[in-house]
Write a protein that binds this ligand. Structure first.
Ligand code: ADP
Ligand code: MG
Length: 707
């Protein structure tokens, strides 16, 4: 990021009534002066904008559409879920529509000859009244579009079609089409609103109350007002409202809100807990370690919400497509209406009617609305499973993955090492060796470091931080520090070679940590990690899904890497890699595998560069590591490689449904356009087909949510 990048601001959009209007607004804003970038998320009614001057943005929006209002959005989605009011006033719309429908029925009945027919003047009056009641909004929308000199939208299409019908005195058609179009719009709006709500409720894990421990006892307060360092109490069955550390109490945690995993997690004093987990069995006293805005759950909401900013290519394509397609259809309709009668002397009445059918059927609503909704549902479903996808473009990328590359330590393996052997040399004792290693690793958060610290503490050792200084991490190599005035190096063979320290090789399987003190070799600690039980399952699941190359990159030695690769049946591995060498190894794999995308799954420790470099970078178990959350395209909340396979299958299902919708819309439209041109379809059928397709597409998109 460069220094002058403007922050992306999030605003709520009110009274934005159609997906096409959203696209229109987005394009106009992007062109406005002082606006760096703008993205409109129609599904969530949000505007993301990068601009120097927000007043300018407001002015621009007002100029584009005076109805639309911008209100500052709260940081997280759940709040909105409770408000979540639909963009239209349903009651008013329904009242108007019912009145229009009554008049319309009267018109039909009076035309049938059962009752005395109306005079022409009365008939015209009723037609106009019903037409205006049903289509008032549509007319206003069309007027706005035309006045802005923008492209044709569905409102314009409908107005031209119905005005044409009025002109050729197809009165019932004009009113009927308007009524059904409106009914369809309302139903769509309702359907979108419902799926929006159910996606939101997936995420509505946000706690709204914290019990703050004060001198006067427990006080319920909103989580936002709790400060870092405050103490809160969570009773059994309650949701933990903020991230923190357990001071007192033991409990089983239900983490499914965050991770999608139903397995309960035992917690005790000293453990960290995250907002959104539910304490099921015991009461916990917790010291808050992060303000609410930075808590895990708030970040989850934020990530999912911002996913709309990164649109999939399909999504962008449809917006652009609708922009050219609609005027094209209008031109084609004009051709059909006037050319055949001019050339062959056929009846204008006939051909104009056919052209009107074409106009009605060509409305692109089904596509414009169902595609973003489909992606949003996919992202929502993934997040319920503890997989945060940062944009619909990554859904597309995941769906195209044919190669998966895993990191080893902490990803395929548990990252919890047991000491297998301590081999001291040059007069050092084994206890001394462990103490030196423990001291050097004291400030590192690498899984190796944590395991060494635990082994040392088990022996009854304690590190005095005051005796420690100059701690440095050498990524992919080891650590160095000064302890009691001695300079200590702990790391792999490569690390020893770099410092020209003669060392012995170990014949034990495992990760070898060589230790040197003041440039003198002190021996080695051999530690062993275990493969995660889910790793093999994940490899099989990925193969079942057509991933035909699975590789592993690791900074560990070749011997350990070979063993793990063989155990898991991987296609390839590269060992002894520094973080930047991992990038090169990935690029090599990329050259050999030009088909399909490459996903890299890491734990975010020593592999942020590869995560960033790959087509889709996934960070696992990463809510603790800010860097990984920043760089990854997909954040996996749990420590399970199986989530990679799950992410793939969700992405594929989402893509499939999005394509079904595209196919459905094009087929139905194609058939009806042909029928209409040959005079085989009526305006009634056209409007039913159009509304039906849109509803079907929305319902299909909502199917994704059911997984
Ligand atoms: P992986 O690529 O398998 O996830 P890392 O890149 O995290 O592994 O680490 C690679 C190697 O670097 C480790 O196997 C170890 O030999 C060495 N190393 C990394 N960090 C440390 C540390 N804190 N202490 C000792 N050795 C380390
Ligand atoms: Mg790792």
């Amino acid at each position: 990021m460069t220094a002058d990048v403007l922050p992306m601001q999030k605003l709520h959009i009110k009274n934005l009534d159609c997906a096409a209007c959203a696209a229109k607004l987005e394009r106009a804003l992007k062109k406005s002066e002082g606006v760096e970038d703008a993205v409109v998320d129609f599904v969530n009614q949000l505007l993301f904008v990068e601009a120097r001057d927000m007043d300018r943005v407001r002015d621009a929006v007002r100029a584009i559409d005076p109805q639309v209002e911008l209100v500052p959005a709260t940081r997280t989605a759940t709040h909105d879920a409770r408000e979540g009011a639909p963009g239209v006033n349903f009651k008013k719309e329904i009242a108007l529509l019912s009145a229009a429908a009554t008049l319309f029925l009267w018109l039909l009945v009076s035309g049938s000859g059962w009752v005395s027919p109306l005079s022409f003047r009365w008939q015209l009056l009723i037609v106009m009244a019903a037409y205006l009641m049903a289509g008032g909004n549509v007319l206003a929308g069309a007027y706005r579009t035309i006045r802005q000199g923008l492209f044709f939208d569905e409102n314009v299409l409908m107005v031209i079609a119905t005005a044409g019908a009025l002109a050729i005195q197809a009165h019932a058609e004009a009113v009927g089409v308007m009524i059904f179009f409106k009914v369809g719009e309302l139903l769509q709006e309702k359907a979108v609103y419902h799926s929006r709500r159910s996606i939101r409720s997936l995420l509505a894990a946000q706690p709204d109350q914290a019990f703050l421990k004060t001198l006067e006892g427990l006080r319920p307060v909103p989580p936002k007002s709790v400060q870092v360092g405050d103490t809160i109490v969570v009773k059994p069955g309650q949701k933990i409202p903020l991230d923190g550390q357990v001071l007192e109490g033991e409990s089983q945690l239900d983490t499914s809100m965050l991770t999608g995993e139903p397995v309960p997690l035992a917690t005790q004093p000293g453990d960290t807990v995250m907002a959104g987990q539910i304490s099921t069995t015991g009461a916990l006293t917790i010291e808050v370690t992060r303000p609410f805005q930075e808590s895990s759950i708030a970040r989850v909401m934020d990530l999912v919400e911002h996913a709309a900013v990164r649109k999939a290519r399909t999504e962008k394509f449809i917006t652009v497509f609708a922009r050219y397609y609609t005027p094209l259809v209008v031109a084609a309709a004009a051709g059909i209406a006037f050319l055949p009668p001019l050339l062959t002397g056929a009846s204008y009445q006939d051909w104009i009617y056919r052209a009107l059918v074409l106009l009605v059927i060509s409305c692109p609503c089904a596509l414009v609305i169902s595609i973003p909704l489909g992606y949003f549902a996919g992202i929502g479903l993934a997040s319920r499973h503890g997989i945060l996808v940062k944009g619909s473009n990554f859904i597309d990328a995941l769906a195209a993955v044919r190669t998966v590359v895993f990191d080893k330590t902490g990803t395929l393996t548990r990252g919890v090492f047991a000491v297998k052997k301590i081999d001291s040399r040059n007069g050092f004792s084994r206890e001394q060796l462990l103490e030196l290693a423990g001291a050097a690793e004291y400030q590192s958060n690498h899984p190796i470091a944590r395991s060494i610290q635990i082994a040392f503490e088990k022996q009854g050792g304690r590190i005095d931080a005051a005796r420690l200084s100059a701690h440095t991490v050498h990524a992919g190599l080891g650590v160095s520090a000064r302890y009691d005035g001695q300079s200590i190096l702990v790391g792999n063979e490569n690390f020893m070679q770099r410092h020209a320290i003669p060392h012995s090789r170990s014949d034990v399987d495992g990760t070898v940590l060589h230790i040197a003190v003041d440039g003198r070799y002190a021996g080695a600690i051999v530690i062993g990690d275990a493969i995660r039980p889910e790793s093999l399952e994940a490899v099989h699941a990925l193969r079942d899904q057509g991933v035909d190359h699975i590789a592993m990159l690791t900074g560990d030695n070749a011997r350990t890497a070979a063993m793990i690769a063989a155990d898991l049946g991987l296609d390839n591995y590269h060992a002894g890699l520094l973080p930047e060498e991992k990038v090169r190894a990935l690029e090599k794999i990329e050259q050999k595998r030009p088909n399909g995308k490459i996903a890299y799954v890491g734990d975010g420790i020593n592999d942020a560069p590869v995560i960033a470099r790959s087509d889709v970078g996934l960070a696992m178990g990463a809510m603790g590591s800010d860097a990984a959350v920043e760089t990854a395209d997909v954040v996996i909340m749990t420590d399970s490689p199986m989530k990679m396979a799950e992410a793939l299958s969700i992405a594929r299902a989402t893509r499939r449904i999005v394509w079904q919708n595209i196919f459905l819309a094009f087929t139905v439209k194609g058939i009806f356009i042909a029928f209409g041109a040959f005079g085989l379809a009526t305006m009634w059928e056209a409007v039913f087909a159009d509304v039906g397709t849109a509803l079907l597409a929305v319902a299909n998109a909502a199917r994704i949510l059911r997984g």
